[in-house]
Design a protein around this ligand. Structure first.
Ligand code: MTE
Ligand code: MO
Length: 538
């Protein structure tokens, strides 16, 4: 390819501006098209979703460790930055070697279209927003780069033209009396600015439009869940210690941790939702939303925990779930005797492998539709998800669930298992210190140490606390809601001035003492004792 001669004098930053303006315009129009057609087909989201699935496990683990539940915002910001850098490069390329910059932009559009069209659950028009983005971005870049070359090859609009420059300018077109004046640099900035502004406004309009048209959110608000046929036990008196800084024993929905691979929360209309039970079964079952609501629904308490939770971490929450026993649904399907796993699948292609036994034994493994007295929030799986006490979420708690395939561990592999996590994930015995809070200055004297402890399906027998590696002292357990929930604990401490290390450890109902041995979250859950250093002042 030959460098464009008239481009030689063009400063790279101006070429970068052309690239960024064109890409912002294209991306903005693409996002607007996605908002109108299907939120999950947004070009940026499609690329992000593909990156999430392609990312090596360590990258995801690091993202969760660094950004916690803000990992998705961090990813989107990262994608935006990389896109801007590539846009600037495409601008330079287009100015120097036309039309290669435009070709690169169009190529990204094609890549986005292919990715969006091949995502699980992609609609028929999923390719369109990326195609719009690529096409408008490429054309805009081609035009802006041409404008830029011509404006810089011309005399500036203000100064009287020097004869030499006039000659150069004249070569751009026939030396006709009607020849329009070559565009000024100001014109370039005006067009680049306009393209950027239109792109930004399109994103804004798109996000308004996608919230306004969020029919699924409206359907959820209008929904009245049936009264449970079996109500959950009441929270026993004394289960909630009510200490500032201590996790509430029932986690409010808006503060419940959220972990999933969905960059855009799937919007599943209950009217279209189906749950299919198939695979190694005698009788395939399909349920509609109305079928589920007509069932005698049961309420139960379960503390959900994420395998990525570090010792002392906050990727855990407790809720009152409303749903129907998976055991009963499976009984209708009649699994083959040699089946040992259920691969649950969400509408966006996430899968979890749950031992068939955990779904058929006496525990409250449910197809959940309600959370703390409300329909499931959209980001927690509306309209339906699985909740299985005693198992980490990645092997059990599939949100936006649409498919249960009865199979075997030696025949099918779930999303995280193919990325290096264990195929089974029973929740490990853990305890956490919540107060004194991290970095909180303490006055010497009576101080309360408090936290939570859990081992779902087993229950907590005791929690102990020690200061500066002294004797273990028994903490006082609050009342537990059930063995499937965490329990609060507290311990009074006569704090003396100086720096201290507080540690805690739990003992389960089967007599297991929480191990001191530290293990990272991968592959099957973190272990070790939680500790916190505090500074006590006179
Ligand atoms: N569809 C879908 N369901 C999913 C996941 C996911 O990525 N996609 N993540 C699982 C994981 S790892 C956890 S810990 C829980 C978290 O549920 P929550 O976000 O409601 O707290 O959801 C599980 N269900
Ligand atoms: Mo998780």
């Amino acid at each position: 390819m030959a460098a464009n001669a008239s481009a030689r004098g063009i400063p790279a930053p101006l070429a970068g501006v052309a690239g960024i303006a064109a890409v912002v315009l294209g991306a903005g129009l693409g996002e607007l098209a996605a908002a109108v057609l299907a939120p999950s087909s947004s070009p940026v989201a499609a690329i992000g979703a593909a990156l999430i699935d392609l990312a090596p496990p360590w990258a995801k683990d690091t993202a969760i460790a660094l950004f916690g539940t803000a990992d998705k915002i961090a990813l989107l910001a990262g994608i935006a930055l990389v896109m801007l850098a590539l846009a600037a490069f495409a601008g330079w390329l287009e100015v120097r070697f036309p039309p290669w910059g435009a070709v690169v932009v169009a190529g990204f559009g094609v890549a986005g279209a292919v990715i969006a069209a091949t995502r699980p659950g992609a609609g028929a028009l999923a390719w369109l927003p990326s195609a719009v983005a690529g096409a408008t971005g490429a054309v805009a870049l081609w035009l802006l780069a041409r404008l830029l070359r011509r404006s810089l090859a011309s005399p500036t609009s203000a100064a009287p033209a020097d004869p030499q420059e006039r000659t150069d300018a004249a070569t751009a077109g026939p030396p006709d009396a009607d020849t329009p004046r070559p565009p000024s640099r100001r014109a370039f900035f005006a067009w680049a600015g306009a393209a950027t502004a239109v792109g930004i406004v399109a994103v804004g309009v798109g996000s308004l439009r996608s919230t306004a048209s969020a029919g699924v959110a409206a359907a959820r608000r209008a929904l009245r869940l049936p009264t449970p046929a079996v109500a959950a036990s009441a929270v026993p008196a004394g289960a909630e210690l009510g200490l500032p800084g201590l996790a509430e024993v029932v986690t409010p929905n808006d503060r419940f941790y959220r972990i999933d691979t969905a960059l855009i929360v799937p919007e599943v209309d209950p009217a279209d939702w189906r749950l299919r039970i198939h695979g190694m079964v005698a009788n395939e079952v399909e349920l509609t939303w109305d079928d589920v609501l007509a069932l005698p629904l049961e309420e139960s308490w379960t503390t959900l925990a994420c395998v990525s939770n570090e010792v002392g971490g906050t990727l855990i929450g407790n809720a009152r779930w409303l749903g129907y026993p998976v055991r009963e649904l499976l009984a209708r399907a009649r699994p083959d005797t040699d089946a040992d796993m259920v691969l649950s699948r969400s509408i966006d292609g996430f899968t979890a492998s749950t031992p068939l036994e955990a779904l058929t034994d006496a525990r409250n493994a449910i197809l959940a539709v309600g959370m703390n007295g409300e329909p499931l929030p959209l980001e927690h799986g509306f309209p339906a998800r699985l909740v299985v006490p005693g198992l980490y979420g990645y092997v059990s708690a599939t949100k936006w669930v649409t498919d249960l395939e009865v199979t075997r561990f030696d025949r099918a592999t779930a999303y995280w298992t193919t990325r290096g996590w264990s195929e089974r994930g029973p929740i490990k015995l853990q305890s956490r210190i919540d107060v004194p809070r991290r970095g909180q200055g303490l006055k010497a004297g009576e101080v309360v140490i408090a936290g939570v402890a859990w081992q779902q399906q087993v229950g907590i027998e005791a929690v102990e606390v020690r200061i500066d590696e002294g004797e273990w002292m028994p903490a006082t357990l609050a009342a537990a809601i059930s063995d499937d929930t965490w329990v609060q604990w507290s311990h009074p401490w006569d704090a003396t001035p100086g720096d201290h290390v507080i540690q805690c450890r739990a003992t389960s109902r089967t007599g297991e003492v929480q191990t001191e041995q530290t293990a990272p979250p991968a592959p099957d859950g973190a272990t070790g004792w939680h500790w916190r250093t505090v500074s006590v002042f006179d």
